[in-house]
Design a protein around this ligand. Sequence first.
Ligand code: PLP
Length: 438
Amino acid sequence: MTKQEIILANQRYLFPSVFHYFKEPLVIERAKDQFVWDADGNQYLDFFGGIVTISVGHCNETVNRKVAEQMDKLQHVSTVFANEPQAALAERIAALTPGRKLTKSFFTNSGTEANETAILAARCYTGAHEVVALRHSYHGRSALAMAASGQGAWRLGGAPASGFVHALNAYCYRCPLGATYPSCNVRCARDMEDLIRTSTSGRVAAFIAEPIQGIGGFITPPKEYFEIVAGIVKKFGGLFISDEVQTGWGRTGGKWFGIEQYGVTPDILTSAKGLGNGTPVGLTVARPEIADALAGATISTFGGNPVAATAAKAVIDFIDDHKLLINAAETGAYLRSRLEDMKARYPLIGDVRGMGLMQAIELVDDRESRAPATEATAALMEASRENRLLIGKGGMYGNVIRITPPLNIAKSDVDEFALLLDASLKYVSEKRLAGTAG
Ligand SMILES: Cc1ncc(COP(=O)(O)O)c(C=O)c1O
């Protein structure tokens, strides 16, 4: 198919909810490591990793070799039969979870399903129904996951499943209480008690949260936040589900999971995206007694299938063998310094935040009012595309640029990225001064 035929077929035969970045859809033809190529043969530096998913480089040779071998050996049996790749993956994961306390896994195909399973397990274990989530969160696209999500734009169809309330998130750059950290005494976290007392029956099944809110715009809570909120939720009988779909597997640098940066051990952890490096896989891993409470019949046709399980274990092994937790911390710190340097030169950048190789810049029309620069962000996405750089967008106001390159990039890749982003920021900033672009 030609590029135009692909775009036309997309319009004709896909739901229009399958939206694309950019005014003209970018048709990707192939990818390798940190690069992708479009249908016209142009090469792009991919600093979004597909969508926060390419953890060890596109078409990683080591991972794909193991996947290909498994494809030829055993492709499908479903969870009603035992198989080695699923067992080996579950064993590997049990040895890596926070505090090594989460030791039983249930595999599915996506982050959405992983969160569904986590909430179901929490409800079965506690006998309670209500769930606390955070404002600005994103947990997936099923009715239940949309109900858990705290962004109107991602709650398609209106009034999804009941039983969810949303607590204040620690969005320090736009504090929901108008306070300033640290003199605020993290009041947003302490409000959890009031929320549970006033907006639930007082018995909650779970609190679900992303350690760093992904689609919300890499909102990074202060260090005390999770200890306080998880402590309050526990008082009311609730389990803590850490949604690590974006923050897992070393992304935040130095630790396997984002929640470990906060010194808190969750009861259940969910993952997807980077675990498979592009192969669909969803993981719910829990303390054994919680997993045991979900003892009734449930099945996932493709969950833990030999090919996906092989891919996931190969990804974990690759991260471990190549010491990518350390690389994410070190190269992430370098990336952060380059972004801070750009903030000093471009007033368009209001905030730089994130951890490891999960960094964001929030764009504002002016630093005083902090008015979200939504149009300028769209213009920056287009300009970056022109400069052959792929980055992501997010945030409630569409004014956050998300940066999540593969974990195995080098500092020289960051230099190349900085050059391209700088050129794009310069272009958009100059256009704005001339009054010709958002
Ligand atoms: C934090 C988080 N949780 C859950 C999901 C849902 O994952 P999936 O799209 O694989 O269903 C996403 C997807 O972006 C996510 O970012």
